[in-house]
Every structure is written in structure tokens, then in C-alpha cells.
Design a protein around this ligand. Structure first.
Ligand code: ASN
Length: 352
């Protein structure tokens, strides 16, 4: 059943701090995750204008024991975070995850596959500037995340950042410095800050599809955490031998190929042979375009058709983050090859 955010049995929003610039402080070797996050966050939120402060929902803060720069995240961290949310989410109206921005879209995508059927908001946010920096975006982002985290109509993993609410599994980090750091190139915004309100746009969320009991899938990502899935971006002049070096690695179970335009790649028999061999060995291969906007059609060009013949699945308009985390998620489960391929081609959480 969908939750009732006003139900008195539910505790306030749970804020999980995983690390990232938001909570960083200057140290001897540059910015690094700092401690005492609860008090520091409270001070930063206290600096918001009175009207906005008054609209902040109650929240509890849980800091992970060893916060990280998100560049250190691996599929193991995605799994641990999903496990933590799965054990705690029923007690709270919603969850906010504070995360480093660099790999935030990867974590948000992975959480979406693990927390399928989510019946309340999980809102991931972070900041381009630490909480204490002058003109920091941190308090604004956390405020927005908290506001959306009590909206029972939001029933998926979303990202609140730079005044926008985005579907997690459609998002990419797009800017290195600008506070509007995230976009969803192939999906509209889920919501936005409008004046002092956090407005959720109707008809864009997963709530309708997901209604019902959560059906979380929490497989062990450990066996895939080190080199189980590779991301291979084609360039003019790439050789079959180079691709083989990736695909023949015994630890490799799947790979994402980033091809050209609408689904094109060199009509190189050796290269296609390497792909076909890997598919034949049961490795799961998928392709997206290097163009951020629009999907691919691997049927269109004669050259691209080779992909299909080599058993490569079209990931259509998925982001690299969504496609790669989906490969990890499916490969971590004991599924028959056909079923794994079917699920890859099926939208599970609005990712395609
Ligand atoms: N390096 C940081 C991280 O991803 C970047 C940030 O959070 N803005 O952890």
C-alpha cells in the first residue's frame, strides 16, 4: 500500500551521509570527508531564510562510519547502501542520501534497480561546495531533498540538485563546477523548486507503475565489484585486439559498448568476431550511443547490424550509468541467459 506521510507511526526523514564534497573540510592533503555532520548540517540549514526553515521536515541523521569521496565507490558500496535503506525505509516517510556528486548518478541508478517497487521517496543529493563554503549550494540542495522526501506521490529513487528533481536512473553529472550539475538528457524533470515550493510534476513519476508491495532485489554484487563489467568507448582506429583485451579477461561477465551516432560501429570482421566470441561465452554485451541525446537502433546501418549479429543488446537511450549498473544488477543474479537478456531489454524502473 502507498504510504501516508501524515501517519503518526512513521518517523521523520532519515538522512544518510555517505561522504562527498558537501561534508568535506580542508585538510593537509586537500578536501576530505569531515565528521560531526549532524551539527554541521543543522547549522547550515539554520542559515536558510525563516520561511524556508519553517517548511523543513523533521529528520534524523545517520552518518556511515567511514564517509568517502564518491570516486572510491564500487558496486559493493551500492549494495551496502541499498541494504541499509531496505532495513530502515519502513520506519520513515522518506530517505535522503547525501553523496559525492562525481559518481552520484551511478549510485542513484544502482539503487533504483535494487529498490524496485519503492513505495516512498529516496532522494539522493550532494553539493558542489562544502556546507561551510561561502555561497555553498549544500543547504539549498539538502532542503530540496528533504521537501521532496515527504511527498508520498514520489515513489522512486530521485536526485534533488540545483533546484531540480530528476529521475535517478536517467541522470548524468553534466557540469564540473556549475551548481546545476545534473541533467536527464532523455527524460523530463520530475519536479522543481518553484518559489518556495517543491513542486512534483504530475504523470512523470513511477508511482502508477510501482503501486504495490516493494519487490526489492538485493543480490550480492561482490563477485562483480572488481572488473566484472567494463565500459568500452569506441574511437576511430580502435582495434579488435584492444577490445579483446577487455573482453577476454576471465573476471569479465559483461560489457557496455559506447558506439557512434544512432548505433554505428566499424564493419570490421575481426572486431565483430571478438564481440561474437564474448557473447558466445555467455558474456552480456550491450550498446549505447556516445551521443548523450536520443537512443540507438542497431538495425539501421549495415555496419551497426553486425552488433546485433554478434549478440549485442541495444540499450536504446539509457545513460551509461543506467546501462552499466543494470548489467551489474542482472549479472549478480542467478538468471538464465535468456531471462537476463529479456530483463535488460525491459524497462524495470523507467530507465528506458
Ligand atoms: N569529489 C566529490 C565526490 O564525488 C565531488 C562532489 O561531491 N562535489 O565525492
Amino acid at each position: 500500500m502507498p504510504i501516508d506521510a501524515t501517519s503518526s507511526s512513521l518517523r521523520p526523514v532519515l538522512v544518510i551521509y555517505t561522504g562527498g564534497t558537501l561534508g568535506m573540510v580542508a585538510g593537509e592533503h586537500g578536501l576530505a570527508p569531515g565528521g560531526d555532520i549532524e551539527a554541521r548540517l543543522a547549522r547550515a540549514l539554520d542559515g536558510l531564510p525563516a520561511q524556508r526553515r519553517a517548511a523543513l521536515p523533521d529528520h534524523e541523521v545517520l552518518a556511515l562510519p567511514a564517509p568517502i569521496d564518491s570516486s572510491a565507490a564500487t558496486p559493493r558500496e551500492w549494495q551496502r547502501l541499498a541494504d541499509l535503506i531496505a532495513t530502515r525505509f519502513r520506519d520513515h516517510t522518506g530517505i535522503v542520501v547525501l553523496h559525492g556528486t562525481d559518481t552520484l548518478a551511478w549510485t542513484a541508478s544502482s539503487l533504483a534497480y535494487q529498490l524496485q517497487g519503492l513505495d516512498r521517496p529516496v532522494v539522493v543529493t550532494g553539493a558542489m561546495q562544502p556546507l561551510e563554503a561561502e555561497n555553498s549550494d549544500a543547504a539549498d540542495n539538502v532542503e530540496l531533498a528533504l521537501r521532496f522526501a515527504i511527498n508520498p506521490a514520489l515513489q522512486e529513487v530521485a536526485i534533488a540538485f540545483g533546484g531540480r528533481l530528476l529521475r535517478g536512473v536517467r541522470a548524468r553529472k553534466w557540469q564540473t563546477r556549475d551548481a546545476h550539475a545534473f541533467v536527464t538528457p532523455n527524460y523530463p524533470l520530475l519536479g522543481e523548486r518553484v518559489g518556495n515550493d517543491a513542486v512534483l510534476y504530475p504523470g512523470r513519476g513511477l508511482a502508477q507503475q510501482q503501486r504495490g508491495a516493494p519487490r526489492f532485489e538485493l543480490p550480492d554484487y561482490g563477485p562483480l565489484a572488481e572488473g566484472g563489467v567494463a565500459r568500452i568507448v569506441l574511437w576511430p582506429g580502435i582495434t579488435a585486439r584492444q577490445v579483446a583485451a577487455w573482453l577476454e579477461a576471465p573476471t569479465l561477465k559483461g560489457a557496455l559498448l559506447e558506439v557512434w551516432g544512432g548505433g554505428n560501429m566499424p564493419q570490421d570482421r575481426d572486431l565483430l568476431g571478438v564481440l561474437a566470441d564474448a557473447s558466445g561465452q555467455g558474456k552480456l554485451l550491450a550498446a549505447i550511443s556516445q551521443c548523450p541525446h536520443g537512443g540507438i537502433d542497431i538495425d539501421h546501418y549495415a555496419a551497426g547490424r553486425g552488433l546485433q549479429a554478434a549478440g549485442v543488446l541495444s540499450a536504446d537511450a539509457m545513460t551509461p550509468e543506467a546501462a552499466l549498473t543494470k548489467l551489474v544488477h542482472l549479472l549478480a543474479q542467478p538468471l538464465a541467459d535468456d531471462e537476463r537478456r529479456r530483463r535488460f531489454l525491459t524497462p524495470l524502473v523507467g530507465e528506458r
